[in-house]
Ligand binder design. Sequence first.
Ligand code: 16G
Ligand code: MG
Length: 547
Amino acid sequence: MSSFQKVAEASSKFPKPDAAFTYGTAGVRTLGSLLESTVFRVGLLAALRSKKHGGACIGVMITASHNKEEDNGVKIVEPMGEMLDQSWESYCTDLANAPTDANVTQILETIVSKENIDLSLPATVAYARDTRPSGPALQAALESGLAALEAKPLNFGIVTTPQLHYFVRCINSKNTDNPYGEPTEDGYYKKLAAAFNKLIEGRAKTDPIHIDAANGVGAPQVLKLSSFIGSDSLDIVVHNDTINVENKLNVECGADYVKSNQRSPSGVNVQPKQRFCSFDGDADRILFYYVSESTGKFNLLDGDKIATLAALYIKEQITDAGLKDLRVGVIQTAYANGSSTEYIQKKLQLPVVFTKTGVKHLHHEAEKWDIGVYFEANGHGTILFNSKARDAFNSAQPDTPAQDDALSRLRALRDLTNETVGDAMSDMLIVEVILRTKGWSLEQWNQCYTDKANRLLKVIVKDRTIFKTTNAEQTLTSPDGLQSTIDNLVAKYPGSRSFVRPSGTEDAVRVYAEANSTQDCDELAYKVAGQVFDQAGGRGTRPPEFL
Ligand code: 16G
Ligand code: MG
């Protein structure tokens, strides 16, 4: 007789639809209407994960981020706020795809025995969702999963993804030497607001910051944050803030739209001198932009620009604080613009490490540094401070008042940062602090370096799993011969780069190219895409030969 009899009964209320699920780069993501059984089962797995961690609180976030409103998704958060350990991702995939209730309980039993889980331990799971219409039903399914394994449910309602990550870390660090904060929404706003107000002390107030909130959860949350900061310190104007009307979320707006289309979102009219940023649907990504006064041209400041700005500021602060032996590293992916890498290495004299695409890879690399700054070009990123950095900020003995000030700024910077995961609200304030400190407009910030021309194309092939990469996804090891074709093409365009990788989120192969001119870049991108199409069984229309 299974020890999971109650689970089997509860599971029968959430039959698996005829669909296949994968725990991918950012959890399971598909049409919200298909996800009830999966989210129920994620509840079961989260309960086991909590027991595996000796009863520590685990997080579950229900969101599909920048994807369309009908989609939804679910992901699990580890006790210190990180993404689910990769070794458990396949358990989630297996559970989600189990055809029958009996299969579900069998898989649970396998996990329990393989992972040596003591079922008598308590379990606690904190959860939240974004504004999607399918959210309430999925939340109910999750709660049934938690109840079936008697896990204690902590419902945080409708919040941003990074807020949920933050709450989980606060809960688990509460009684440690290094408590992260109060695990409440107000606690989050208070911590960020206090750190922000400390860092801008004595600086002149700037023009308002305009936010395109993608008609998502970031809209109400950033307004709450703003009320804690106070209008004496910062004016925030929120656009695309319609969260209660269907078919608005992420439609022609939000960070993903702005990055993919290289244009401002609909619903706003960006005027010269105005400072704009876009969040994505769950507010874990941010990008800035402005329109040139002289040319009227749209200019995007992406994750690479945020990483370089943050690295510049940190380098200055640790120098001013006399903490020169802290190791600061910047983590990027192959999508980082080559000019940003060059700026960090040559101008800032800081090391750059490349990882595979996906936040978890960057995050883990950043953990290896005393201060690790990581950002994907798409606007997802944060800064991590290890215990050596924290101790230095807290207990280094300053020789001068200037060093003392720099140390207190570093402490406040750490408080302003959501170290669990990229956070649009926190990142927005970090950027604001640095720009104010330097007295820079977005245009002045943009002048730090000039992006190389770049293009991202998508090719649909028969089987994208034949694409295997190494060297942080920059070199193909399969299909045979394709990499040398790419190398030969790249050699024809000075200062260029191109790489090909299978997408982790859709059935496509991505082709990236950059070069010194737009013409070279487009030519290279389309030529590489054509070769991918020819050599790997392209489907649909062959990419055009550019020119
Ligand atoms: C996911 C990742 C993002 C990555 C993107 C790549 C998280 C939270 N999100 O959205 O970091 O840039 O996938 O997508 O990890 P791709 O594999 O389809 O190019
Ligand atoms: Mg997101």
